[in-house]
Write a protein that binds this ligand. Structure first.
Ligand code: SAH
Ligand code: SF4
Length: 447
């Protein structure tokens, strides 16, 4: 989500007539996009803003701004800690950035726009995307769920869905430019369409996108377990472009903690969902987020999370140490799990997930996977990388000419995070015009 917002910010600025600088030393304007979801993210952003203020001391004409959730949350307080800051721009005022920058440059006066969380005017066409192959598409903004630990509803406002025709038009244009994969983004994409007239839900949206020529892969994130419907599971199984992957955070394996988190499901509900997903789509990759050290989490509660992760065997898991966010319901509870305990639990779950991922990835050695080639591998620029339909990273020997192609590969070796592959067929394109059967078994990764 933040990556996409940064692409909007870039688009708004470039659309406002500014060019792109090579680095921060070369820039006349520096805007930091920020995340407030955990204290560490906020601290890092403010630390970076402090360093950039030192740059501004040497270069007084530099325009320095903070955008995003920290701006929305801290508002004018930010000027107290950062006296050289020029701009504070909230989560829904991105389109006003060029005007704010012009005002600073003309008058030298500070600009702050954070007031209105109910409206937002974004020209999505301006988005300046970092990739020519994969694109994020915002289908909804905000969140109505109020999970007790989470700051998002307070800094991003109420949930609002974008009209489907606007989304379809944007994706159609991307398809014409050669984009192959799109990821639909929202805090809880399963509730897409709430309050839309005429009605359209996520399943209908997926069906309409599935029909767009040129787009070969569709992903969506994040799914809230309480809102994943049988119809959505059916759509993942039926629509050939929808990838076999779902990120649906469990957060905790303890029913007591889930209740305190206001998540709206029990472990049992969640396990039924896991079974339904695997029954309908046997090759599906499952991803989760887990919070350790939520207020009141005992050793027994934590043991239930460990047990749940053992049983479910996710393909990927993000583990977070709970951090109190001012203004949330959980902030009223004592943050009573000591930091050392949080670190210990975090480490246990990371190690457990690493073992599970390694075992599953190694079990896929010798099988075929379908990979969309993205570009050179970050670790070794002499090799190429892409992702499987299950969202696993694949690294292989090949050249730049393969970028944007979808290739059939065999898995030759694997670590917990990477599949090392060999190209089996260079000519493969995504399976199109499927009737009934979604994929030939050759493209399915081993479970
Ligand atoms: N809307 C998405 C993502 C929310 S933020 C969803 O509901 O899944 C991403 C993740 O950050 C959450 O899933 C949660 O695991 C974590 N998170 C949110 N608030 C947190 C907090 N106060 N402390 C620690 N982790 C938190
Ligand atoms: Fe936060 Fe819950 Fe909304 Fe996700 S669904 S953004 S965790 S309040």
């Amino acid at each position: 989500m933040n990556e996409l917002d940064s692409e909007f910010i870039k688009g708004a600025i470039v659309g406002g007539g500014f060019g792109e600088a090579q680095n921060e030393y070369d820039a006349d304007i520096i805007l930091l996009n920020t995340c407030a979801v955990r204290e560490m993210a906020e601290r890092k952003a403010l630390g970076k803003a402090g360093l950039l203020s030192q740059l501004k001391e040497k270069k007084p004409d530099l325009v320095l701004g903070i955008c995003g959730c920290v701006a929305q949350q801290r508002k004018e307080q930010l000027f107290d800690g950062l006296p050289l800051l020029d701009i504070v721009c909230g989560t829904r005022q991105i389109a006003q950035l060029p005007e704010m920058i012009e005002s600073v440059r003309k008058t030298g006066e500070r600009q702050i726009r954070v007031e209105d969380l109910s409206s937002e005017k974004l020209d999505f066409a301006l988005t300046k995307r970092n990739s020519l192959i994969k694109a994020f598409i915002s289908i909804m903004r905000g969140c109505d769920n109020y999970c007790s630990y989470c700051i998002v509803p307070y800094v991003r406002g109420r949930e609002r869905s974008r009209p489907p025709q606007e989304i379809i038009a944007e994706i159609g244009q991307l398809a014409q430019k050669g984009y192959k994969e799109i990821t639909l983004l929202g805090q809880n994409v399963n509730s897409y369409g709430k309050r839309l007239e005429p009605e359209c839900d996520l399943v209908e949206l997926l069906e309409r996108i599935n029909a767009i020529r040129g787009i070969e892969r569709i992903r969506f994130v994040t799914s809230h377990p309480k809102d994943i419907s049988p119809a959505l599971i059916g759509a993942i199984a039926r629509l050939e472009k929808v990838c076999e992957h779902i990120h649906f955070p469990l957060q905790s394996g303890s029913d007591k903690v889930l209740r305190l988190m206001n998540r709206g499901y029990s472990l049992n509900d969640y396990m039924k969902l896991v079974d339904a997903l695997r029954d309908a789509v046997p090759s599906i990759g499952l991803g989760t987020d887990i919070i350790v050290g939520f207020p009141g989490e005992t050793e027994a509660d934590f043991a239930e999370t460990v047990e749940a992760m053992r049983r479910i065997e996710y393909d990927s898991a993000f583990i977070f140490k709970y951090s109190t966010r001012e203004g949330t319901d959980a902030a009223k509870l004592p943050d009573d799990v000591p930091l050392e305990k949080k670190k210990e639990r975090n480490k246990i779950l990371l190690q457990l997930q690493k073992q599970i991922s390694l075992r599953k990835n190694r079990a896929s050695i010798g099988s075929y996977v379908e990979v969309l080639v993205e570009g050179p591998s970050k670790r070794n620029p002499y090799r190429m990388m892409g992702r499987t339909r299950q969202n696993k990273i694949a690294v292989f020997d090949g050249g730049q000419h393969l970028v944007g192609k979808i290739l059939k590969m065999t898995v030759a070796d694997a670590t917990a995070l990477t599949l090392f592959c060999q190209v089996a067929e260079e000519t493969l394109s995504a399976p199109q015009n499927k009737t009934g059967q979604r994929q030939s078994p050759a493209y399915r990764a081993s479970p």
